[in-house]
Design a protein around this ligand. Structure first.
Ligand SMILES: CC(=O)c1cc(-c2ccccn2)c2ncccn12
Length: 121
């Protein structure tokens, strides 16, 4: 069998993996874990032209598709904005997306990346 050599993770990939894990903890119901399908959300793919979810973000980290922290933050915001736009204001999904976005922006703002137990800069 051909052994697939595990590429050594880039420092950015290690950082993004750590941040992704912290963000996933703020989605306890796993509403954002997997792509939203038209089966569970009628008409979703016609309304949301750029879908995003945590599993896709993880795949992009593993395939080194993020070159900057801002690219990762953009996908996280896109994921939350999609849910805020598709779901009516009072639904669990819209509320969860607004909470997740707030928590994520606090975690990802520069001063919080340079302070606390996991200061990374
Ligand atoms: C994120 C989102 O918009 C979403 C996740 C879900 C979801 C996610 C996991 C299990 C069940 N539903 C969902 N269901 C209906 C309408 C929208 N959603």
């Amino acid at each position: 069998c051909v052994l697939k050599l595990k590429q050594s993770r880039s420092p950015l990939a290690k950082l993004l993996d750590h941040l992704l894990k912290a963000l996933e903890k703020r989605d306890p119901h796993q509403f954002f874990a997997w792509p939203v399908t038209d089966d569970i959300a009628p008409g979703y793919s016609s309304i949301i032209t750029r879908p995003m979810d945590f599993s896709t973000i993880r795949q992009k980290i593993e395939e080194n598709e993020y070159h900057l922290l801002t690219d990762f933050i953009e996908d996280f915001r896109l994921m939350c904005d999609n849910a805020i736009r598709y779901n009516h204001h009072e639904t669990v999904y819209n509320k969860a997306a607004r909470r997740l976005l707030q928590a994520g922006m606090r975690l990802l703002q520069p001063e919080n990346l340079t302070r606390g137990p996991v200061a990374i800069f």
